[in-house]
Write a protein of this length. Structure first.
Length: 108
């Protein structure tokens, strides 16, 4: 697959896949918890900092049940496996998109 197709598929996932994920599965994460997760990830300036947030994500996951917990456990693994600045930027963009959809679908 060429890079243009990869980018196109990633954008489609960000727009469609995450919309569905947040709308159907991340309702157990409160607005405050989601905002804290977002702030934690966005504050990482280096790969090393991103790798070190796993314990904080695990702590938050421990306070949840079901799909929300599974999601944060997966996110902690992703954060720990970031190896370069491009992956760091991709994770930040991803969590920013998740936060936007979460805010939109959150119960008022």
């Amino acid at each position: 697959m060429n890079r243009k197709n990869d980018t196109s598929e990633y954008q489609k996932f960000l727009l469609d896949g995450l919309d569905t994920l947040v709308q159907t599965k991340l309702k157990s994460i409160s607005k405050t918890q989601m905002r804290n997760i977002f702030d934690l990830i966005k504050s990482c300036d280096t790969v090393e900092q991103m790798n070190m947030i796993k314990p904080k994500l695990m702590y938050t996951a421990g306070r949840l049940t079901g799909i929300g917990k599974e999601y944060l456990l997966h996110l902690s693994k992703v954060a720990f496996e970031v190896k370069n600045d491009a992956e760091l930027d991709a994770v930040k963009k991803y969590i920013e998109t998740v936060l936007a959809y979460h805010k939109y679908y959150a119960v008022k």
